[in-house]
Design a protein around this ligand. Sequence first.
Ligand code: ATP
Ligand code: MG
Length: 490
Amino acid sequence: MSVTNIKLQIPKEVREVSRVLTDAGFKNFLVGGCVRDLLLGRKPKDWDIATIATPEEIQKLFPDSFYENDFGTVGVKTSSEVESLKVVEVTPYRLESGYSDARHPDKVEWGDKIEEDLARRDFTVNALAYDIPKEKLLDIFGGEIDLKKKLIRTVGKPEERFGEDALRMFRALRLASELDFAIEHETQKAIQNNASLLENISKERIRDEFTKIIMSDNPGVALDIAARLGLLRFISPEFEKGIGMEQNQAHAYTVWEHLLRSLNHAAKRQFPLHVRLAALFHDIAKPHTRFWKNNQWTFYGHEVVGSRLARKILDELRFPKEVADKTVRLVRWHMFFSDTEQITLSAVRRMVRNVGPDLVWDLMDTRTADRIGTGRPKETPYRLRKYKSMVEEVLRDPISVKQLVVGGEEIMKLTEKPAGPHIGFILEILLSEVLNDPELNTKEYLEKRILELSALNPEELAKLGKEARTKNAGEEEKEIGKIREEYKVQ
Ligand code: ATP
Ligand code: MG
């Protein structure tokens, strides 16, 4: 155990909470991630104080506080405008005894010593305590040395600690990823031996750590360790299928390596969560769709199967619907054709329609991550600019039947026929024409076409209508995608 004098910069709101506790005779320490982050010169995400006071005593001292959990944590509100400082969390020293399910302590008891509270914490770098009034750092488990060595090491025997709460294995990876630390050898070995205990852990808890890994600066490193230590299958076994899987000559890397490289680029560029997830998931179905043809591997339809797999996995991990929806759309359409020398505005319009105007630019970013992840250089600035200007241009155009200047009502009036499937067919045909040429979206032209189309016999109209629907839904894109894969062109 070591006690050293050190002056850490503590915000006045946190100081004030500590002072009130101290003045009332309750010993208290700053603990957990914030001490670690202060010593590393990083910005703490939240501020935790551990104290000898009970939750009831804490609440009495701070009238503007709330207590809504089983762990004794009282949230003390401050008047700070800074998000991370709005609430300071004050928790009684905790003792935990017995974990029969590798998940929940059987009971949580309040302790009377900071040493006991630190001993139940997960890693040495998270088990440092700072005495704010005395400006002293308390280090029982060698956390300071591990901070210097950049090592994640469990407090106590790793086998035991992971046996108590298996999520700690993911926390080790997450911290290594966020802090750019390595995982100490014995701790790694214990993860390898105990990975199966993660079956007891809720998907939500795994998702939270997984999200933090994805949002860190170098997520590929942590996921690579996850693969080596056998944790990857708890995110999804689908990823394991791509490990070591060779692709065609267009790819220098295996499927798994390519996904990690794409993700790392997305992180480097600070892309949002759904784009990072799309970078990680976009080729997840390649192992399912790999087919040997013309002396090489092909992956026809991997974007379609991949979008379904992504949906299933993200739902299983209980990702919010909005994040899952966006990721799935990006995976579904990541194969869009972008050769500015061959592409037409109508193809760009269909691309916008498919992925949705809200995600167009994210799809471009997903493509960039994909390219860089393949080891190819970025699109030349000229081609990229040209493609983007085409996107800008079509974003103003109508891309769905809702944006046609005529609707079902007008069709019924003009054709003097009651509602029926012909209306849908006519609308799809009109949209298909307008997608080719937005200038045609005028009442005059469309009304003329409605009369022409309604004069066709029903079978013929149905046939044309169905063709238009397939085309509008981007099936044509898929054809181009096939050609592109066949010729190994991007
Ligand atoms: P962050 O920067 O994300 O807030 P953190 O290390 O503060 O990281 P929290 O989840 O906020 O992580 O937890 C606060 C502290 O509580 C940790 O530093 C650690 O000491 C302790 N802790 C959290 N989860 C566990 C766990 N599963 N087992 C043991 N101790 C834990
Ligand atoms: Mg924290």
